[in-house]
Design a protein around this ligand. Structure first.
Ligand SMILES: [Zn+2]
Length: 252
C-alpha cells in the first residue's frame, strides 16, 4: 500500500513516531507521501524524509495560509521548492469553510501553485472544501496540462468523472469507511480503478473502527479494504492497482 497523504511530522506523533512508522511497515505500507502545507511543515516534511526512506516529501501552501502577503509567501515557497527535492506541489487549493476573508488571495495563491507545478512537471495535491465549483474552474482552465490528485475527495461522482477526464486522480481516505458516507462510496464505485488512490490524511480523519481518534499511516489498510469491498474486487488487486497509480502520478 501507499499512503498518498500523511502528516506524520505533526506534533501529535512526537511521542511515538518511530512506532507509527514501524506499524505502517508491518501493515505493508511501502511508501508514504509526506505532505507539507506551510513554510513550517514543508521544512518538517523534508527533515523527516531524510531520516526514513519510506517517505516522499511535498511542499505547498494551504489556502488557510493565504493573506495579503501571499505574493511574498509564494516567492519563499518557490525558493524552498527549488532548493529541496519535492514530489508534488501541495497541499494547496481552496477552503471557504472557516473563513472567506481572503477568498481572492486563495484563488491567486492556488493558481500560482498550479502554474509552478506545470512549469516544473510536478503533480499537484488539491485540498478543496466548500469550494467545489471554483476549484474545478481553476483546474479546468489549464486544459489538461495540470496533473494531480483531489485529496480526500468529498464531491459528487459526476464531478469526479470530470476530474478524471482532465487527467486527475481521486484519493479517498477515512470517510470512505463511515457508515453514512453515501457520496464517497458512490465515487469509489463509479471511478475507474486506474484513477483511484488511498490515503489517511493522518493525524486527521481516522477510518472506522478508529473514527474520532488519532489517525496514522497503518490505518490506510481500512480504506483499502473498504474500497475492495465496494468495488467487489479482491484486496490484492486493488492494492496493486492503487500502488501503481501512486507510483505513476508521483514518479516514485
Ligand atoms: Zn492534509
Amino acid at each position: 500500500m501507499i499512503d498518498t497523504h500523511s502528516h506524520l511530522f505533526d506534533e501529535e506523533f512526537d511521542l511515538d513516531r518511530d512506532l507509527c512508522i514501524k506499524r505502517a511497515i508491518e501493515a505493508n505500507v511501502k511508501k508514504i507521501i509526506l505532505v507539507g502545507f506551510s513554510k513550517e511543515t514543508n521544512l518538517k516534511a523534508q527533515e523527516l524524509a531524510k531520516k526514513y526512506n519510506i517517505f516522499f516529501p511535498t511542499a505547498g501552501l494551504h489556502p488557510s495560509e493565504a493573506n495579503s502577503n501571499y505574493l511574498e509567501e509564494f516567492e519563499e515557497f518557490k525558493r524552498f521548492a527549488k532548493e529541496n527535492k519535492i514530489y508534488a506541489v501541495g497541499e494547496c487549493g481552496l477552503d471557504y469553510h472557516w473563513d472567506i476573508t481572503y477568498k481572492e488571495e486563495q484563488k491567486k495563491l492556488f493558481r500560482l501553485q498550479c502554474e509552478y507545478a506545470i512549469e516544473n512537471d510536478l503533480p499537484i495535491i488539491v485540498h478543496s472544501r466548500d469550494a467545489q465549483q471554483d476549484t474545478f474552474d481553476i483546474i479546468k482552465s489549464y486544459n489538461g496540462k495540470l496533473k494531480g490528485v483531489m485529496h480526500c475527495y468529498s464531491g459528487s461522482k459526476e464531478l469526479a468523472k470530470e476530474y478524471v477526464k482532465l487527467g486527475f486522480y481521486i484519493s479517498l481516505g477515512g470517510p470512505l469507511t463511515f457508515k453514512n458516507a453515501k457520496e464517497p462510496k458512490e465515487v469509489c464505485i463509479n471511478t475507474p480503478l486506474d484513477r483511484l488512490l488511498i490515503e489517511t490524511d493522518c493525524p486527521y480523519l481516522a477510518p472506522t473502527p478508529f473514527r474520532g481518534k488519532r489517525n496514522e499511516s497503518a490505518y490506510v489498510k481500512y480504506v483499502l479494504e473498504e474500497m475492495a469491498k465496494l468495488k467487489g474486487i479482491p484486496i490484492s488487486i486493488v492494492e496493486d492497482e492503487t500502488e501503481s497509480n501512486a507510483e505513476r502520478l508521483f514518479k516514485i
